[in-house]
Design a protein around this ligand. Structure first.
Ligand code: NAD
Length: 444
């Protein structure tokens, strides 16, 4: 099929590249010329495992990038909108989605024949039908459902494993109010025959995405609340508590041969310094705001958000047990990206942690194996970036482990070799407390 994707951020470029990998022809569109040039040179605009290889295979043949949205729409049969939907502090900001819809609508005005427009961006229930379809109709002078189709296809990829998630999906959700719109999406995903595919209306597709993210955020904040209580109990480590919980057969099913198969959801029942990234923080806030606007407040979700916002402060309190005044104390942040295997700094707990430390007069440095340029831009001024974990370990009084990078599992070995090893404050609970000279951990 001939596909266009509007927006070449994390979702757009991964989707576009994977569409090409599955045999489709894909044109990726962005307003940012530097991203377009990078893609056309075969270079991924973001760090994502396996993405560079796919671009090298298909750029110039089945995959191209352009800033010319109208041309991309004219040359393709189906257009996915994958632009950002930030939270503006009160509600979801649909400015990018509206603008993309307006431009696609203007292109459709001059295009003959049926075309399908599918929203892939995460948008609150009602947006596809009440905002995108309306903008498309206004700009094109044509009728949704008659002259063109409007669908909703939420994206479930996780940064760090995005290519693998896309190529081996656990589910495909396609939304649309007419059979032709659904059929076009079925054709796009035909290479994934065998994957459960749910065809629903657009509002349900939108709601599935928010519910999926909200349940994960809820489990994380619940675990953190339990961890914070464990810290006050004495002699109870949340890591042991959660291991006991995970052994229930609904979290790790017992196979007939006696083996356990751990459900992936267990990994969200684990205490730490809080969730970040471009999705969970903004999607929980957007859904709660949407509920409030519809006269249906969501107090549970509000508590999930509040617990998460308080976790960085919990890390600081663990540090202050050893350094009651942080003035002049050298503190290193191990990991800056919001999660491992990505360079994405959006809403990373490293940002509030750095701010809180600087406010208290600490001397702050940071190390991340991949997030360097993105970290420099996102962190408050005053944080020095170092080039290796060894340098971070050697130069500080305390290390705060923020990101679950595999490399950080060698911290015990590294710290043991130092004459005056720093305190380790484990914000991800991946280090055995007994394996380092001085340890604090969320919920330990
Ligand atoms: P992003 O901010 O990384 O990328 C958006 C891109 O769209 C940018 O490159 C921007 O220049 C471009 N853009 C904006 N307006 C444009 C226009 N009119 N024409 C062409 N390009 C335009 O965003 P992202 O992280 O890829 O997220 C996109 C959407 O997908 C969001 O709604 C997000 O919530 C959702 N989502 C993200 C993830 C994730 O892991 N990042 C996962 C699932 C869903």
């Amino acid at each position: 099929m001939r596909i266009s994707v509007i927006g070449t951020g994390y979702v757009g470029i991964v989707s576009g590249a994977c569409f090409a990998e599955t045999g489709h022809h894909c044109v990726c569109v962005d307003v940012d010329r530097s991203k377009v040039d990078r893609i056309n040179a075969g270079l991924a605009p973001i760090h994502e495992n396996g993405l560079d290889e796919i671009l090298k295979r298909h750029v110039g043949t089945r995959l191209t990038a352009t800033t010319d949205l109208a041309k991309a729409v004219h040359e393709t049969e189906i257009t996915f909108i994958a632009v950002g939907t930030p939270f503006d502090g009160k509600v979801i900001d649909l400015a990018y989605v509206r603008e993309a819809a307006r431009q696609i609508g203007a292109a459709l005005k001059a295009k003959n024949g049926w075309h399908v427009v599918v929203v892939k961006s995460t948008v609150v229930p009602g947006t596809t039908d009440d905002v995108v379809a309306v903008e498309l109709e206004r700009a094109s002078g044509k009728k949704a459902g008659v002259d063109f189709g409007v669908g909703m296809n939420p994206e479930f990829l996780t940064e760090g494993t995005a290519v693998d998630d896309f190529m081996r999906p656990d589910r495909i959700v396609i939304g649309g109010s007419d059979e032709r719109t659904l059929a076009a999406q079925r054709e796009v995903y035909a290479p994934f025959a065998g994957t459960p595919t749910l065809a629903v209306n657009n509002k349900t597709a939108e709601m599935i995405k928010y519910t999926s993210n909200s349940v994960l955020a809820t489990m994380i904040s619940f675990s953190n609340e339990i961890g914070n209580l464990c810290s006050t109990l004495g002699g109870v480590d949340v890591a042991d508590v959660m291991r006991g919980v995970h052994l229930a057969r609904y979290f790790s099913s017992l196979q007939p041969d006696g083996q356990r198969v751990q459900a992936g959801i267990s990994s969200f029942l684990w205490a730490g310094c809080g969730y970040g990234g471009s999705c969970l923080p903004k999607d929980t806030k957007a859904l709660s705001a949407h509920g409030a606007a519809r006269g249906m407040p969501m107090p549970l979700l509000d508590a999930v958000i509040a617990t998460n916002l308080a976790q960085p402060e919990r890390m600081i309190r663990l540090l202050e047990k050893h350094f009651p005044s942080l003035r002049g104390v050298k503190v290193g942040l191990a990991g800056l990206a919001f999660k491992e295997d990505t360079d994405d700094m959006r809403e990373s707990p490293a940002i509030p942690l750095a701010r809180l430390l600087l406010e208290r007069g600490a001397i702050v440095s940071g190390y991340d194996p991949i997030a360097k340029e993105t970290a420099q831009a996102a962190l408050p001024p005053g944080v020095t970036l170092v080039d290796s974990l060894d340098a971070l370990a050697r130069g500080n009084n305390a290390i705060l482990l923020v990101t679950r990078w595999a490399e950080f599992r060698r911290l015990p070995e590294l710290l043991k070799g130092l004459a005056s090893p720093p305190l380790l404050v484990d914000g991800r609970r991946i280090i055995d407390p007994a394996s380092v000279p001085a340890y604090e951990g969320i919920g330990a």
